[in-house]
Design a binder for this molecule. Structure first.
Ligand code: ADP
Length: 739
């Protein structure tokens, strides 16, 4: 047997807008455009005893005269013409006389038929609604608070209508209803605060309440009157949506009977084009309200609806203002120069928690997690974010029942049933989360709805109207309070502000970068020019010093001074040469070719052996794959690294250097290892800085430029360089060139 899902649409099977019957306190005639009768209610004879037996197919003129002096064919034709043109509300009701009693004729359209409904003028209301309406409305609107407004409304409506009980019934988002205001006759039990399941007023009934703002069920105990039609129309369901007399669904009649209600009159309350609720008027004995009074009540409801809109908006406005001001403060904090994004959102005078009514908030930003208030633990949060990343596509996601979508949330249900998410960057795992705790709610239902569901032998679910309306309490767990529109809007605005700030920061960094690059270029040009210009005076110094040196009469002291001047100029010349090399790297484009590293290294070693006069040096060349790059620059890289390896291992009894290359997936990596003096761990980070020399090389010649040149060349090639070293044992330098 297939399981039948219980929902409000079960009642939708009943054709409530075309029941084929009307309430029998009036009668109905349905005519076509040629004014021929196609439908009539079988109770017509009770109102018009002299009516011919078979009306079907006859002209409406048959009724002419039977309906008093005012009902004449030309008048009806005129009414139909105006109604069709301007809307039937313009002509309704038209008063006629039937058997000397006043009746209202109410005309409406049902596809291609005109429905003529006749109902008594006599109302059970002994007051003229129109007269007292103005004062009642003024009294009702006197209070600013929404609750007081609703209470005022029920009191006034009861005063005017004399009904035993007036309730304002408000629909929740899931369409179940709650009695939010009530005025009742002494001795009746209060229904205030009771909840009614959505199935009590199914979707199609709610639709009808949107079309017809008032609905009268005059007497639940009278039998409805069937509509008669010709055999050719036998299967035609005449749509009575706009008919005043439309018969009531038997289920609803039984429902009212079970509540002991004999007359029910409801007035729709519309808020922003939605059915916000109903004013439900119940009477425990039959009570009739005529069309004009119903229309007055409609006016009352329209005014209440707009007041409602106004009050609700005003209440929302306060919330909107509170959140807006907080987002404004956060936006200012975000722009403060000495606050970074994280601090601005979590440590200022206002923080993330004040843009929603939450109990905790978390910011995931730039690999940091910042927690405010009460939230799940960090590992739980990380798991949650991983789930969000995987499953949630919305940039703004919210739920008040997290564990229904994310079962792991059961472990922190108490503190976080409600979750609101604002995605800053899915790629970077940057999110803001807000949490609401579990809100355990006790709902007092008017009767236990579960008991009223039965499943027949075909597996079809039947909803029978409740027989008992005894209060039945239900506790709702696992949900938080709802996230409202104002909170969602505040979060959306906050995101705009954050994105704006992040972009602003990014732009500032870009500008700084550009400036820095320009400064670098200027510095390069400057150092290039200055070193270049230094070369001439330096060679002059050297030239004249060499002339001086040739003097045979020099004292040993002067000879020593001249020797030192010459050594100084030599050192300066090599420094200038290197600085020039360093500045030259960034000028001009790379011309990449395949470089034969094996040949290059062998050539370099040959020269370096001579330069450093190291006969004991052992050189091992392992694999030596080719590299793509600028041949001159690559030669500079190997020359610098090899000369350092030789220079800083020359103190070793058995100096040994080893060169190895390997082709990896994306790079060609070379290592140049020596067994020299090594580099102190703490000094390693500075080893590639310009002019930096380590503590342990004081007695070894050098300028501190070589590795800076190597690093620059590697960067220019989009490659990498790094070093591993142990003091006193040796160093290995690695270079990775793009394959
Ligand atoms: P320098 O002209 O001083 O060799 P470099 O820029 O080539 O300048 O090297 C910077 C410093 O790094 C050196 O002064 C030295 O302290 C350290 N260094 C470079 N290579 C080695 C190595 N193979 N072994 C030990 N120290 C090294």
């Amino acid at each position: 047997m297939e399981k039948f899902i219980v929902n409000e649409t079960n009642c939708a099977l009943e054709p409530i807008h075309s029941p084929g019957k009307i309430q029998s306190h009036g009668f109905l005639v349905g005519i076509d455009k040629q004014l021929l009768i196609h439908f009539f209610s079988e109770n017509i004879g009770l109102f018009l005893p002299n009516i011919p037996e078979n009306l079907l197919g006859k002209s409406i003129a048959t009724l002419d005269g039977l309906l008093g002096d005012h009902f004449r064919l030309p008048v009806l034709e005129q009414l139909l013409a105006i109604g069709t043109h301007n809307g039937f509300e313009q002509i309704n009701p038209y008063q006629v006389e039937i058997n000397k009693k006043p009746f209202y004729l109410i005309i409406s359209l049902s596809s291609s038929y005109y429905l003529l409904e006749f109902e008594p003028v006599q109302s059970d209301m002994n007051v003229d609604l129109n007269k007292i309406l103005g004062r009642s409305i003024a009294e009702m609107l006197g209070d600013k608070n929404l609750n007081n407004l609703l209470n005022g409304a029920v009191t006034q409506i009861r005063k005017i209508t004399g009904f035993d009980r007036i309730m304002i019934y408000r629909f929740a988002a899931d369409h179940h209803g709650e009695v939010v205001a009530e005025a009742r006759k002494d001795g009746l039990a209060s229904w205030l605060g009771l909840h009614y399941p959505a199935t009590d007023i199914p979707a199609q009934a709610r639709e009808l309440y949107m079309i017809n703002l008032t609905r009268l069920i005059t007497n639940v105990h009278t039998e409805p009157s069937e509509l008669r039609t010709s055999t050719e129309h036998k299967n035609y369901q005449l749509d009575l949506t706009h008919a005043q007399l439309r018969a009531v669904s038997p289920i609803h009649i039984e429902y009212l009977k079970n509540m002991k209600v004999e007359t029910s009159f409801s007035i729709s309350l519309i808020y922003k084009d939605q059915l916000w609720g109903l004013i439900a008027c119940h009477h425990y004995s039959p009570r009739y309200i005529d069309y004009k009074s119903r229309e007055s009540a409609k006016l009352f409801s329209q005014i209440l609806s707009s007041a409602l809109e106004f009050r609700q908006e005003e209440e929302n406005q306060q919330m909107v203002k509170y959140y807006r001001e907080n987002v404004d403060v956060l936006a200012r904090q975000l722009l403060e120069p000495d606050l970074n994004v994280i601090d601005a959102l979590t440590r200022g005078q206002v923080n993330l928690m004040q843009v929603t009514a939450c109990s905790g908030a978390v910011l995931f930003y730039e690999n940091n997690v910042k927690v405010l208030g009460i939230t799940p633990t960090i590992p739980e949060l990380r798991e949650l974010v991983a789930w969000l990343k995987e499953t949630v596509d919305n940039r703004f996601y919210h739920t008040n029942n997290l564990k229904s979508e994310y079962p792991n949330a059961s472990s922190f249900q108490k503190i976080a049933c409600g979750l609101m998410v604002c995605t800053l960057s899915k790629e970077l795992n940057e999110y803001i989360l807000w949490f609401k705790p579990e809100y355990i709610q006790t709902i007092n239902w008017a009767g236990n709805q579960e008991k009223e569901k039965t499943i027949d032998e075909h597996g079809v679910l039947h909803l029978s109207p409740r027989k008992s309306f005894e209060i039945w309490s239900e506790t709702i767990k696992g949900k938080s309070m709802e996230w409202n529109k104002e909170e969602i809007n505040a979060v959306k605005r906050l995101k705009e502000e954050i994105v704006y700030t992040i972009n602003l920061h990014a732009n500032q960094i870009r500008l700084l970068n550009e400036k820095l690059q320009k400064a670098y270029q200027e510095l390069d040009t400057f150092s290039y020019t200055i070193s270049h210009d230094l070369k001439t005076p330096l060679s002059t110094i050297k030239g004249f010093t060499q002339i001086l040196k040739k003097d045979k009469n020099l004292s040993p002291h002067a000879e020593n001074v001249i020797y030192r001047i010459l050594a100084g100029t030599d050192k300066m010349t090599s420094m200038i040469k290197e600085v020039l090399e360093y500045s030259r790297i960034n000028q001009g484009e790379l011309s990449k070719v395949n470089v034969n590293v094996k040949a290059l290294v062998e050539e370099l070693i040959k020269d370096l052996r001579v330069a450093y006069q190291t006969d004991k040096l052992e050189v091992i060349i392992g694999e030596a794959p080719n590299i793509k790059g600028d041949p001159l620059m690559i030669s500079q890289v190997f020359s610098n690294l090899l000369s350092n390896a030789i220079k800083y291992s020359s103190g070793n009894e058995n100096p040994c250097i080893r060169i190895d290359g390997a082709v990896m997936e994306q790079d060609v990596v070379y290592s140049i290892a020596d067994n020299g003096i090594g580099i102190h761990n703490q000094e390693l980070p500075k080893v590639f800085d310009l002019f930096k020399r380590m503590e342990n090389v004081k007695n070894i010649e050098g300028t501190g430029i070589g590795l800076a040149i190597v690093k620059r060349i590697m960067e220019k090639h989009d490659g990498k360089i790094w070093v591993e070293s142990t003091l006193g044992i040796g160093s290995t330098f690695y270079t990775a060139f793009k394959n």
